[in-house]
Design a protein around this ligand. Structure first.
Ligand code: MCA
Ligand code: AMP
Length: 517
């Protein structure tokens, strides 16, 4: 019986020379080289430790740690042992973590040493039996325990549909939902991207994104590992460090904020980027100005692609001529390119009927990369799929006569700030509980660095005068820092339609110049 464990496919792609460098760390705390053998042995040791715990099959392993190569090894070990990886943004605060742990019921929680006190308390209260620490400096109890185990390990037998990862994504209403991705979802998408982006074994990836989301964890890491390509690894994005690495690298992936920050550094030149093969952008809309400036400054055309936590990657501009589209190879700014091979993508009207070419509608997708549903939320899952098995993305777009997809907006009430998703409903719920607040509306407005940021517009309770700065400060510590609105305005009333619903489009329009350069 063949084993569909994603780790098996990744391991099979390691180069013959296991003593070659797989990951080189750069920047703060950098200067270390990890060979392919190191990744193999270290992940075996952690996997052996998990096996020794005799956890039920497909146990959730929740991880909130700073970025490090050891955290990557922990991901590989989780796959290897057949358990389910549950990555958590390091910015999440106690109330957020409490929800995730309560909802996912992980058997193991791994946290930063500095957070052990409060995280372990939450985890033990929720019934988790094993809580370990992992620092970004190769310390922590997880590594201590793993060091007692052997460095050989046979990967657990997994079917293609077996659960490999749960990624929590917030929602327009209600609490966060855990998108369940299988070994098959991830491997099929990684293979398609390998071919579509022309990955080569001699590629070198600059890895500068966080590894608790699809972009940094799957698109970037699977890409490199599945090709036996080494990574130049930054625990934190620093524009100058990335520019200094360009002459040694061939592939870079970033959210648009990374590209605008790189452009702000004069050291980014055509010469500095001359060794590069491919720059890829995604997670948020790339402004056409950034696309054009990048072309002018570096001579490279950024390849924009589109995806979601629930689906991994869905569309991409072509890297080379795409025979499915008459050999077109143009990477067109402000579009997200063609549906990837194997992905069916349609644009529908409100009644669910496909619209004409060039017309705008809701984007729906189907394919081997699309998740099976939300963790323990069958009703929510059923709502998000059509009867013929298409997933409703909540994105609004169109397909032109040449086949290029453009995202023109979102039907979901979502702000994407620096590549992170911020759901207004979650922030409004917190604000509405605060002293002196009658009602609030959070909207996204353009921002030169983060693309879009949240602004809170608040109405006071009669007789109260809430202080905007105190409201913002009150949110800190309750919500992850990137969710905190960058401005708070207390106003006498909110614009409403005849049904009494707040007209967020008018608020967005009214405040769109708040952060104009
Ligand atoms: C940090 N801050 C932010 C953000 N990041 N505010 C809004 N949006 C953000 N994204 C705030 C902090 O709260 C802090 O505020 C201040 O900015 C500086 O924080 P710092 O940590 O120093 O910021 P940074 O390190 O410079 O981070 C900016 C960043 C980071 C590098 C752009 O946000 C980032 O790595 N973004 C990438 C996200 C990503 O990987 N997304 C992929 C999701 P204060 O000082 O007030 O505390 S996957 C996905 O979307 C799909 C599947 C896809 O298609 O890929
Ligand atoms: P997430 O929930 O973090 O997986 O975010 C997925 C959402 O990011 C998608 O539904 C889109 O709204 C957005 N997104 C991802 N890539 C792009 C892109 N290239 N252009 C516009 N929006 C994007």
């Amino acid at each position: 019986m063949s084993n569909h464990n994603l780790f098996v496919a990744l391991r099979a792609a390691f180069p013959d020379d296991l003593d070659a460098v797989a990951v080189e760390t750069v920047g703060v705390g950098g200067g270390l080289c990890y060979t392919w053998r190191d990744l193999d042995r270290a992940s075996a040791m952690i996997a052996n430790h998990f096996d020794s715990l005799k956890l039920p099959a497909r146990s959730r392993i929740a991880v909130q740690v700073e970025k490090s190569v050891e955290a990557l090894v922990l991901y590989l070990a989780t796959l290897r042992s057949g358990h389910v990886f549950l990555p958590l943004n390091t910015a999440y605060q106690a109330a957020e973590i409490e929800y995730f742990i309560g909802n996912a019921e992980p058997a193991v929680v791994v946290c930063s040493p500095a957070n052990f006190g409060w995280v372990s308390k939450l985890a033990f209260n929720a019934g988790t039996r094993h809580v370990y620490t992992l620092g970004d400096d190769r310390t922590g109890t997880l590594l201590d325990r793993a060091s007692h185990h052997g460095d050989q390990h046979t990967p657990a037998q997994c079917g293609a549909d077996d659960l490999a990862v749960i990624i929590y994504t917030s929602g327009t209403t209600g609490r966060s939902k855990g998108a369940m991705l299988s070994h098959g979802n991830m491997l099929s998408n990684a293979r398609v991207l390998r071919d579509y982006w022309g990955w080569r074994p001699d590629d070198v990836l600059i890895h500068a994104l966080p590894i608790f989301h699809v972009h940094g964890l799957f698109v970037a890491i699977h890409g490199a590992l599945l090709n036996g390509s080494p990574m130049l690894w930054l625990n934190k994005f620093e524009p100058r460090a990335v520019i200094d690495l360009l002459p040694r690298a061939t592939v870079f992936m970033g959210v648009p904020t990374l590209y605008t920050r790189l452009l702000a550094d004069p050291a980014l030149t055509r010469e500095a980027a001359s060794h590069m093969r491919l720059f890829i952008s995604g997670s948020a809309p790339l402004l056409i100005e950034t696309f054009t400036q990048w072309q002018e400054r570096t001579g490279h055309t950024i390849l924009e692609r589109y995806g979601m936590s629930e689906t991994i990657m869905l569309t991409s501009n072509p890297y080379q001529a795409d025979p499915r589209h008459g050999g077109q190879f143009e990477r067109r700014g402000a579009t997200v390119g063609f549906p990837l091979p194997g992905v069916e993508l349609r644009v529908v009207d409100d009644a669910g009927r496909p619209v004409e070419v060039g017309e705008v509608g809701g984007i729906q997708v189907r394919g081997p990369n699309v998740f099976s549903g939300y963790w323990r939320m069958p009703e929510k899952t059923a709502e998000e799929f059509t009867t013929d098995g298409f997933f409703k993305t909540g994105d609004v777009g169109k397909i032109d006569e040449r086949g290029y997809v453009t995202i023109v907006g979102r039907s979901k009430d979502l702000i994407i700030s620096g590549g992170y998703n911020v759901y207004p409903a979650e922030i409004e719920a917190e604000l509405n509980q605060m002293h002196g607040v009658a009602e609030s509306a959070v909207v996204g407005v353009p921002h030169p660095d983060f693309g879009e940021v949240g602004v809170a517009v608040v109405i006071a309770r009669p007789g109260f005068e809430p202080d905007p700065v105190s409201l913002i400060n009150g949110l800190k510590g309750r919500l992850a820092n990137y969710k905190i609105p960058k401005r708070c305005l207390v106003v006498p009333e909110l614009p409403r339609n005849t049904m009494g619903k707040v007209q967020k489009n008018l608020l967005r329009e009214q405040h769109k110049h708040l952060f104009s350069a």
